[in-house]
Design a protein around this ligand. Structure first.
Ligand SMILES: Nc1nc2c(ncn2[C@@H]2O[C@H](COP(=O)(O)OP(=O)(O)O)[C@@H](O)[C@H]2O)c(=O)[nH]1
Ligand SMILES: [Mg+2]
Length: 212
């Protein structure tokens, strides 16, 4: 069969409100940072990238950032997720403490061995406002059995690495199906797109065109 082969992954970006989930997603997908993003918006976008010279298609669900809303999304779609970016802000201890609850929500829907996760400590450019130490982040990641990275969506520090690390983890974890191209084979994608969840188009306009 001709055509390029891709690995295909569904990633959920999860965490408390205002930690920078949308900023990280937009920075990764579109390479830009804006000061404001719709606070309650849930967004889905697609990114093609090379990870260790192998092409990958990533469907990234930027969740709305409230526990209740997250459970609502996880109920029908959580089973599809291969990887979770668990995001807190180094400037908010509360957001750090909420990570454990988000993780417990994930475990309600997925077996531990069936997904990969990375703990993402965002806003590392705001060192002078830091409330959560890097060692605390590492300790929590060890406790959860996942990777850890500090990022700044604003400065684009480690943003690519965060997303690519999770892809590596997923590839290591299991045999990921290879698709000759996404057009005809992506059953998961069409499930998302017929989903009865609010998908706002404003933030990811540039990447969204890739779906059409
Ligand atoms: N200084 C700084 N601000 C950030 C960073 N990431 C996001 N922000 C800001 O934090 C606020 C919340 O970001 P947003 O992406 O909407 O958070 P979300 O609710 O988790 O999606 C916005 O004002 C962003 O501009 C970052 O890495 N550094
Ligand atoms: Mg957001």
């Amino acid at each position: 069969m001709s055509g390029v082969k891709f690995t295909f992954h569904q990633l959920f970006v999860v965490g408390a409100a205002r930690v920078g989930k949308s900023a990280l997603s937009v920075q990764f997908v579109a390479g830009r940072f804006g000061d404001e993003y719709a606070p309650d918006a849930e967004d889905l976008c697609r990114k093609y990238c090379l990870v260790d010279d192998e092409p990958a298609i990533l469907d990234i669900l930027d969740t709305a950032g409230d526990q209740e809303e997250f459970v609502t999304v996880m109920t029908p779609y959580g089973g599809l997720a291969d990887g979770f970016l668990l995001v807190y802000s180094i400037t908010s201890r509360e957001s750090f403490e909420e990570i454990t609850t988000f993780y417990q929500h994930i475990l309600r829907f997925k077996d531990k061995g069936s997904f990969s996760a990375i703990l993402v400590a965002n806003k590392c450019d705001l060192e002078f406002e830091r409330e959560v130490g890097i060692h605390e982040g590492r300790d929590l990641a060890n406790h959860l059995g996942c990777g850890f990275i500090e990022t700044s969506a604003k400065r684009s520090t480690n943003v690519d690495q965060a997303f690519k690390t999770i892809v590596r983890e997923i590839r290591k974890r299991d045999e990921v199906p290879l698709f000759p191209n996404f057009g005809t084979n992506s059953k998961l994608m069409s499930l998302f797109w017929t989903a009865d969840c609010t998908i706002h188009t404003s933030q990811h306009e540039t990447c969204r065109s890739g779906f059409r």
